[in-house]
Design a protein around this ligand. Structure first.
Ligand code: AR6
Length: 174
């Protein structure tokens, strides 16, 4: 098999729901039925089709919800993307700062993106809002994991909502 070219990592300061990419990653919760933060923004702008697809997942293979560290795709509704990939980040206080589940979110999202054939994927800074993962540590885990995960995705775009997040990712990219 041909070895894919290394992924290009780009940084944008902005709103992930306004990105034009193949797949937008959502920092969801296990219920898959919406919430605040980036999850709320994706459902608001993407429209009810996304929630309907999430409800179908809950009625079929994810009856108990999506476990932390895993990822699953739905339609992107009205967003300028083909898919939303929902992943559930760890809550910092609960994870005892073990990075493995947060790394798993990035790895599993890229695995799902590869299954779909997505070439451009936008990620938020998973777990750094309501789930309270410290920004610098979360940025390090995000960048290291994406760089070390074999994938056919060509561009991973981290979309950071504020200066603090953007600067933390800039420091990691070096
Ligand atoms: N675009 C990009 N980044 C955003 C946006 C946006 N539109 N809105 C917020 N962020 P959070 P979590 C940033 O709380 O910590 C939800 O209720 C935000 O500034 O959205 O993984 C879910 O339903 C922060 O840096 O996700 C879960 O219950 C980052 O996105 C829970 O929150 C993640 O913040 C998940 O918590």
């Amino acid at each position: 098999m041909r070895t894919p070219a290394p992924v290009t990592v780009t940084l944008v300061r902005g709103d992930i729901t306004l990105q034009s990419v193949d797949a937008i990653v959502n920092a969801a919760n296990s219920s898959l039925l919406g919430g605040g933060g980036v999850d709320g923004a994706i459902h608001r702008r993407g429209g009810p089709e996304i929630l309907a697809a999430c409800r179908e997942l809950r009625a079929s293979q994810y009856g108990k919800g999506l476990p932390t560290g895993q990822a699953v795709a739905t339609t992107a509704g009205k967003l300028d993307a083909r898919w939303v990939i929902h992943t559930v980040g760890p809550i910092y206080q609960v994870s005892g700062n073990d990075p493995s589940l947060l790394a798993s979110c990035y790895r599993e999202s890229l695995r799902v993106a590869d299954e779909l054939g997505a070439r451009t994927v936008a990620f938020p800074a998973i777990s750094t809002g309501v789930y309270r993962w410290p920004m610098d540590d979360a940025a390090r885990i995000a960048v290291e994991t994406v760089r070390n995960t074999p994938t056919a995705v060509e561009e991973v775009r981290f979309v950071l909502f504020d200066d603090r997040a953007y600067e933390a990712f800039v420091r990691q990219l070096g």
